[in-house]
Write a protein that binds this ligand. Structure first.
Ligand SMILES: NC(=O)c1ccc[n+]([C@@H]2O[C@H](COP(=O)([O-])OP(=O)(O)OC[C@H]3O[C@@H](n4cnc5c(N)ncnc54)[C@H](O)[C@@H]3O)[C@@H](O)[C@H]2O)c1
Length: 348
């Protein structure tokens, strides 16, 4: 793809401002040239940071697709808008980088992949959690056969939100709304599922789960407990909640670990540290992450890798099929919870 890639942003809210822009503004392969968001204050904030002038600010993303000269878009809007916006960008012939999840149902996701294939565009979904320094190092150790295959894994992300946050902040309001595709499993557990599956080195096949609303008066789930069986027979668990007391930053709130017959590898701090427990000695050691900036975020890693691939004319590392697979696990967990039985992903 010719560089700099002319990039439009659809949605200029929290994740764009906090995670995408700090990296995008450092990449020589990209130039942000147009912005779309119905919230004038978000357009103004991102316009100021990116120096995109008001002529290229759009309240309606469809106007931006029709009028702005673009090569690619990033979509970072509430979940129920992703499928419609990806399909519209595909029809405009643009490369699409979508925030997760790709859609709110498997039916919508299939329509997205059909549009991607029909219009022959490049499409990728942000799976940032596997691009942190800790996750990259763990992947390298596990996939280079330096360590035996994991037998058991567990991941958790526990956020102790209070009820007010669901009614006060706009980003919380849509996350707590079924109509907007919100809910704890699709928003939060989403990352733990693909992270754990990557480190387990075997795809998930069977899903048992309880996906429930236990803490807040909202019409979406606020906790999800999953028991996953992988193709190779190994098992793993994911626990995610927006309301569990005692949760918080660091190991208490967030970790992803896998156990082989010899060791345990534990990633903490959203991938800023990786620890190894040797079963023979019962001693923990910290693994060298081999990077100059261990606080480099997963978004930085994902965006750098993705735009380098686009500029080189190759496929970005996260494909639509990978995002569909993750969404299938989430859909299976909902079905498993309702039916109180394990769901085989091939049933979907
Ligand atoms: N990968 C991650 O770690 C991560 C973290 C946070 C958020 N996200 C994802 O990013 C996306 C946005 O989340 P957020 O936290 O930035 O939410 P947010 O509410 O802060 O921002 C959403 C933005 O979309 C805008 N918007 C609403 N309707 C629109 C439309 N029709 N066209 C264009 N813009 C529209 C809103 O005005 C707002 O500015 C979601 O998909 C979320 O899951 C991913």
């Amino acid at each position: 793809m010719k560089t700099p890639i002319r990039l439009g942003l659809i949605g200029c809210g929290g994740i764009i401002q906090q995670q995408h822009l700090p990296t995008l503004l450092t990449l020589t392969e990209v130039q942000i040239t147009a912005l779309a968001d119905p919230m004038p204050e978000n357009l103004a904030t991102v316009g100021e940071t990116t120096a995109v002038t008001a002529e290229q600010h759009y309240a309606d993303y469809r106007d931006m697709l029709a009028k702005a000269p673009l090569d690619a878009v990033i979509i970072a809007t509430p979940h129920h808008l992703h499928a419609e916006q990806v399909i519209a960008a595909a029809e405009a012939g643009l490369t699409v980088i979508s925030e997760k999840p790709m859609a709110t149902s498997l039916e919508e996701a299939t329509k997205v992949l059909d549009a991607v294939a029909r219009h022959k565009i490049i499409y990728t979904v942000v799976h940032n959690a596997v691009f942190t320094p800790g996750a990259l190092r763990a992947y390298e150790l596990l996939h280079s056969n330096d360590l035996p295959i994991p037998q058991v894994g567990r991941a958790k992300s526990l956020f102790p939100m209070d009820a007010d946050r669901h009614s006060s902040s706009p980003a919380r309001v849509w996350r707590a709304s079924k109509a907007a595709g919100g809910g704890c499993i699709g928003d939060t557990a989403y990352h733990e599922i693909y992270s754990l599956e990557t480190l387990m080195c075997s795809p998930v096949r069977y899903v048992e789960a309880r996906v429930q609303t236990r803490f807040f008066d909202i019409d979406v789930d606020d906790m999800a407990l999953l028991l996953l069986e992988h193709e190779n027979g190994a098992v793993s668990t994911v626990s995610t909640s927006w309301g569990m007391a005692g949760a918080g930053a660091g190991e208490l709130g967030n970790l992803c670990e896998v156990h082989t017959r010899g060791d345990c590898l534990r990633m903490v701090g959203r991938g800023t540290a990786l620890h190894r427990l040797a079963r023979a000695t019962h001693e923990w050691s910290e693994i060298d992450l081999d990077v100059t900036d261990r606080n480099r975020t997963g978004h930085a890693g994902y965006l750098q890798t993705t735009f380098a691939a686009l500029a080189a004319g190759s496929c970005p590392p996260i494909t639509g099929e990978m995002a569909l697979h993750n969404l299938s696990i989430i859909e299976a967990a909902r079905l498993a919870s309702d039916a109180r039985r394990a769901i085989d992903l091939t049933e979907l």
